[in-house]
Write a protein that binds this ligand. Structure first.
Ligand SMILES: [Zn+2]
Length: 384
């Protein structure tokens, strides 16, 4: 995963400032030679919902280097796109993970920006969750804002003629099969409902050119199994990390959000190649090291915490870098040799060799060097 930050870029996950100019130059040279990555994502909003210096949730998906899909469109995302001088004129698809204001509040402004791009007509596709008693469906939401009788209906003929095809993604959290759609040009979309308190919520998987990225908004712990199914073997998982591990966030937030420890365990089970934590309120950003440690206790692949403007190239994780690469080859005490069982749970061949050299244990704790990816195991670092 290559990471570039707005105004200050870095190569690799822990790149240093002297590399910034090189990174930008390499990226520009690559794009100029037609070597744009099949998929990359750019974070427009990494914060929300409270006022802060970060925009609310919004992530742009670039296909062959061209911004094509906007995943969530929270307040401030357009400002960031303007700062970054991003051309939105090819963005024809909006994926809404759920209909909270910090994820969907700027949809009318985005539509306005598109009709002012020039041209005679603009056609948008909007995918999002179905409704329930407390929330409209995505179709009803779009109609209430931008339909012929919507609050902002003037936008439909404001410089260009606007038409919007909206799609309600209705899958049950326990469903094992995501809904699928082709977006054309070799771009495929899968969607699977999960759980976010009382708000209907959907995660999306985008595949193109042999790369895959899964983007999930807020999800509570009961929705993580669905996210795990959607994200299995994906190259990159983008997921909200809006709370700290208990008890360090307000109790009510755990009804709607998953703690980093559970996100890390799920990412390890799903064998995703890399994780990008988005939707970081200031209280979480202030304890970034704790979040990294908690996710890294189970997920040992590349982990990045988002910031506005961050550009991430979706790269295939080398087989050796997959978090389960050590499956069947655990190296401690002969407890999980190939074909043998995990000494922790009896599962065959599912041990993961991971050492504290990669994840780091806090002072006073002890490293457990073997982790299992298919059953509840003690965390690697114990005795804290
Ligand atoms: Zn939410």
């Amino acid at each position: 995963m290559t990471v570039t930050r707005m105004g200050a870029a870095s190569v690799g996950l822990r790149g240093s400032m002297p590399h910034l100019a090189i990174a930008v130059a390499l990226l520009a040279a690559g794009l100029a030679r037609g070597q744009a990555p099949a998929l990359s994502v750019q974070v427009l909003g990494s914060g929300g919902p409270r006022p802060s210096a970060q925009a609310s949730s919004g992530t742009l998906v670039l296909v062959d280097g061209v911004p094509r899909i906007l995943v969530d469109v929270g307040p401030g995302t357009l400002l960031r796109a303007g700062e970054l001088k991003i051309d939105l004129s090819a963005v024809d698809t909006v994926l809404l993970t759920h209909l909270h204001t910090d994820h969907a509040g700027e949809l009318p402004s985005f539509a306005t920006a598109r009709v002012l791009d020039g041209g005679r007509s603009v056609r948008l596709r909007v995918f999002g969750p179905g409704g329930n008693g407390g929330f409209p469906s995505t179709t009803a939401f779009v109609a209430a804002l931008l339909g012929p009788k919507g609050a902002f209906r003037y936008v439909r003929h404001f410089g260009a003629d606007l038409s919007i095809d909206s799609v309600d993604v209705i899958t049950k959290p326990q469903s094992s099969s995501p809904a699928r759609a082709s977006l054309g040009e070799g771009l495929s979309l899968s969607a699977l409902g999960h759980h976010h308190g009382d708000a209907p919520a959907v995660g999306f998987r985008i595949e193109h050119g042999g790369r895959s990225v899964v983007l999930v908004g807020d999800v509570d712990p009961s929705g993580l199994p669905a996210v795990e199914r959607l994200a299995r073997d994906a190259d990159l998982l983008v997921i909200s990390c809006s709370v700290l591990d208990p008890p360090d966030s307000p109790p009510a937030l755990y009804e709607r959000h998953s703690p980093p420890g559970e996100i890390g365990a799920m990412a390890a089970r799903a064998r995703v190649g890399a994780v990008l934590c988005a939707h970081l309120p200031p209280a979480v950003s202030a304890r970034a090291d704790a979040v990294r440690r908690s996710i890294g206790a189970r997920f040992t692949g590349p982990l990045t915490l988002a910031s506005d403007g961050l550009l991430v190239r979706v790269e295939a994780a080398p087989a050796a870098a997959r978090p389960d690469a050590g499956r069947g080859q655990c190296r401690t005490d002969g407890d999980c040799a190939a074909g043998q069982s995990c000494f922790l749970c009896g599962e065959q061949g599912t041990c993961l060799a991971a050492s504290c050299e990669t994840t780091g244990c806090p002072p006073g704790s002890v490293c457990r060097p073997v982790n299992c990816i298919r059953c509840p195991c003690p965390p690697q670092c114990v005795g804290r």
